[in-house]
Every structure is written in C-alpha cells, then in structure tokens.
Design a protein. Structure first.
Lengths: 112, 272
C-alpha cells in the first residue's frame, strides 16, 4: 500500500460526499420525481453485475505482466477455490457460507 | 404519539433484523481485511461512517491495497453506488411529506436492505407519514449501528490476525457472493462477462482504469442488446412487477422466492 494518508482522507471524504449525493439525489433535491426513464432504470440494473464481476475476476485470475498488448494468465489455487465458492454462492445465496467455503478451499489447496 | 413512534420504529427493527446475519460478517470482513492490507484504523472506521456502503468500501480497500490512484478509487466507489439514485427515485414519493432534514437523514441511511424492507411495508400497507418515517429509521438505523459496530470489531480483531492467511481472498469471495444473485438473465450475464473479462484483458492499461471502463462498456452493451438477449414478452408488464423485482434487491424476485432477502421482505409486510 503506497497511498498517502492525505490521499486516503480525500478518498474517504469525497467518497462519502459523493455517495450521499447519489443517495440524496431524488430524495432531497428533486423530492417529487415519480419515475426515471425505464431504459435508464434497466441500465442501472446492470451496474452491480458489471462492477462486481470487474472486481472479482482480476482478484482471482492471476495475470503475468507482459510487454504484449494482452496479458498472460497463470494458474493459481484461487481459481478452483473461487469456482467452488461460486457454486456455494449460487446454491445458498449466503455471503458468510461463500467466504467460508472459498477460504477453506484455498487453504487446503495451498497446503497440498 | 411518542409511544406510536417507538412502536413503528420497533417494527422497522424487526423487519431488518434477518439481514444482520449477513451484514455483521460482512462488516467484520471489511474491518479485518482493510487493516490486514495496511490501512490505518481511523481511515477504515471513518469510511464506514462517511461512505456507509459495504461493497464500495471493500472495493476501495482492494484498489488502495493494489496501489491504485485516488481518482480511480473514488470513481469506483461512485460507480459501485450508482444503484442508489435508482432506489432514491423509487422511494422519494414516500418521503415527500418529511421535512428536508429528515429526508437528508433518510437518504444518508439508505441501503439495499433498508430500501427493500421499507418499500415493501409502504406498498403493502400505505402507512401514515409518521409511521413511514419511524419504521424506516428503525430499520435503516439498526443496519447503520450494526455496520459501524461490526466494522470497528473487525478493525480491532484484524490487528491480531497473523499474516499469511491470504485473508485478502475474502474480498473477491464477498463480491462473488453478491455477484451471483445479480446475474438474473442473459443481459446481466453479458454485463458481468464484459466487466470481468474486460478488466483482466485491460490489465496492461494504465493503472486500474480497466475496471471502470470494462464495467461501463458491460453496462452499455447489456442495455443496447437487452432487446435481443431478453426479448420483451413483458411489454404489458405492470409497474407492480417491475417494482417487485427491485425489492428483491436487484435479483429475480420470482426465482428467489425462498431466499433470505425475500423472507425479510415479506416479514415486513406480513406482520400485524
């Protein structure tokens, strides 16, 4: 971690103000908007899926930095551990269970 | 008057309480991993108080640990929280009778869970403005307290956790658990596919912009191709069923009728 304390405070404060602005948007400022356009609403529904996947995949797939345009992918025990956790997530929709299974799977694979 | 307000708030507390089972471990994971990744405890706690959004906070910790620039971290926090304007637009008519200070407080306390529980109650019972307010504050306030307390506990515990346990892996696992119920059809699967694969393919791009770019491309592609991927047999779909889906917390309400979220949602309205 190389981020300075000042930069961290900037992230926390600006992130807090920005998030409040998003939450307050229609509640405080507009206050009387009944509907947002259906297409915009549909687009917003896709945001969690796209963002969460963008956070998950790079943390699981270990990439080897190369000079080529595309990176090379290498094997990591995180891959099968995450695959197992995905099945648990799909079957149970339970966050603690997913974390528990994924962590135990990773520790087991690392110990082998 | 006061007695009634308290009863309304208690109803809200009861409705939200099943969610604490998920929130408390989530807060612990956030606190533990953030400290484990080297963030100062005050920053970790301050982020819970100011940002108060679990997925965004975990994403921020993840990016900071990877050395991403502040602008990228900030943008990611805001992109992850883009669902809030949708909630705000949906619940705003129910808050119209509140003073602007109360509305600001309600907005600050907005979460996926508080939104789901409150909107279910409002829709099923059409309560008075006073009950709406106290019910919401009971539900949303409980979640706030649980989040702050579990975060601080995580920070304290995190300092004691020995290194080398690969605890950072808990972060993608948490996101994975949140991701799966958000993939409800071909369009959202496309959004997730482009977001995930695109971010990895863009790894060689300047630091971590690939995340924001890939996510936005995924959302735009899914929106553009939605009509092809999920042909609208729902042209006649009523507002009611659209909203039922939203209450399910972004996932398919019909398919998940038995999960914890839905259970809590129906508790909110079903109790007398």
């Amino acid at each position: 971690m190389t981020t300075s304390t000042n930069a961290l405070w900037l992230i926390v404060i600006a992130g807090g103000v920005g998030t409040f602005a998003l939450r307050a948007s229609f509640i405080v400022v507009v206050g009387r908007v009944d509907e947002i356009p259906p297409r915009a609403e549909r687009a917003l529904e896709f945001v969690p899926a796209a963002v969460l996947a963008a956070l998950v995949v790079p943390a699981i797939v270990v990439v080897e930095p190369t000079n080529a345009a595309l990176p090379a992918i290498e094997y990591s025990p995180k891959l099968p551990a995450a695959a197992l956790a995905a099945v648990v997530a799909w079957k149970t929709k339970n966050v603690p269970a997913t974390i528990a299974v994924g962590m135990v799977a990773l520790w087991t694979l690392q110990a082998l | 008057m006061f007695v009634s307000a308290r009863a309304d708030a208690v109803d809200g507390v009861r409705a939200i309480s099943p969610f604490l089972l998920g929130i408390v471990p989530f807060g612990l994971v956030y606190g533990v991993t953030a400290v484990d990744q080297g963030l100062p405890p005050t920053i970790v706690a301050a982020m819970s108080a100011l940002v108060f959004a679990g997925a965004a906070q975990l994403a921020a910790v993840d990016l900071v640990a990877r050395g991403a620039p502040a602008v990228v971290v900030l943008t990611t926090i805001l992109v992850v929280n883009l669902r809030y304007p949708m909630y705000a637009a949906s619940i705003a008519p129910h808050f119209r009778a509140f003073s602007s200070r109360w509305r600001a407080l309600c907005a600050y306390l907005m979460t996926d869970q508080a939104y789901a529980v409150a909107l279910t109650e409002y829709r099923e019972r059409d309560p008075s403005p006073a009950r709406r307010k106290w019910y919401y504050l009971g539900a949303a306030g409980t979640l706030w307290v649980a989040w702050q307390a579990s975060t601080i506990t995580g920070v304290l515990v995190g300092a004691q956790v020995p290194p080398g346990l690969s605890l950072e892996f808990a972060i993608p696992l948490t996101f994975l658990a949140l991701l799966v119920p958000n993939v409800t059809g071909r369009s959202s699967a496309l959004a997730a596919g482009i977001g995930g694969v695109g971010t990895v393919l863009g790894t060689n791009l300047p630091y971590d912009v690939s995340l924001v770019v890939a996510a936005l491309v995924g959302v735009l592609a899914a929106t553009a191709l939605d009509g092809v991927l999920e042909p609208a047999t729902d042209g006649e779909e009523t507002v009611g069923s659209d909203e039922a889906e939203a209450i399910g917390g972004d996932h398919d309400a019909a398919a998940d009728g038995d999960d914890a979220d839905e259970g809590a949602g129906s508790n909110a309205g079903g109790r007398s």
